[in-house]
Design a protein around this ligand. Sequence first.
Ligand SMILES: [Zn+2]
Length: 264
Amino acid sequence: MPAAPRVFVTTSWDDDDRTGLKVAELLTRCGLGGTFYVPTARLGADSAFSSADLRALAAAGFEIGAHTVSHAILPRLAPSQLTREVKECKTALEQDLGAEVPMFCYPKGRFNAAVVPEVKHAGYRGARTTQMLTFGEAFSPFAIPTTLQAYPHTRSNYVRNLVRVGAGGVLLQSIPTLIRFENWLRLGKSTFDRVLRQGGVWHLYGHPWEIQQLDLWAQLKEIFDYVAHRPGVAYVTNGQLIEATHGSTLHGAEKPRENQSVIH
Ligand SMILES: [Zn+2]
């Protein structure tokens, strides 16, 4: 019998809203792993995470990743601002957590050829984009794609997302799936089934504040329950995913594509 294909499930959650704690609770209940990408400027203010929240998330097994200082759109910045936005958030989080923060996430998925070297230079080991409908392990660690956003995108949004990142091959392969499943929950289940059959990575990302705003909690619980507790599946954080898939080539010279996605 051929060996079963290896399957990873990871999730990631962006921005500083404390609603993230509710997402973490659901993830924990389902035995799922994940990374919270947090901008540092507002930590402790209003409805944002506090440093104690982040330490509690880390203690519960979640990964805290950096998401700039002020959620700045990186390709628009002057070089000195770019360096600051990428570096200072890492230092601040590492001080709060007392541990390395190896992962970064580009605000609104926006990066270009000037941004990636800054991210590498700051000492990160990987960075997540907002590219969707991707399932394989063959990606650059500095352009980590996702499979799906927990958000009711229209069919044309998915197509635009793939066209903007120049992922024509992914788009062509995805058309039959998109035609059948506009509903994100059904798309999530069908893409997960595909990864289970073929092997690869199923990566759900989202914004906790958006889950709250659109009241997607029941749907989120349904998709978590669907993918949880499957034999042979590795449930990991984004950093653990990179370690498992790219561990020996983390500092390789692979060059990610420019990404102009507007889906954040
Ligand atoms: Zn964000």
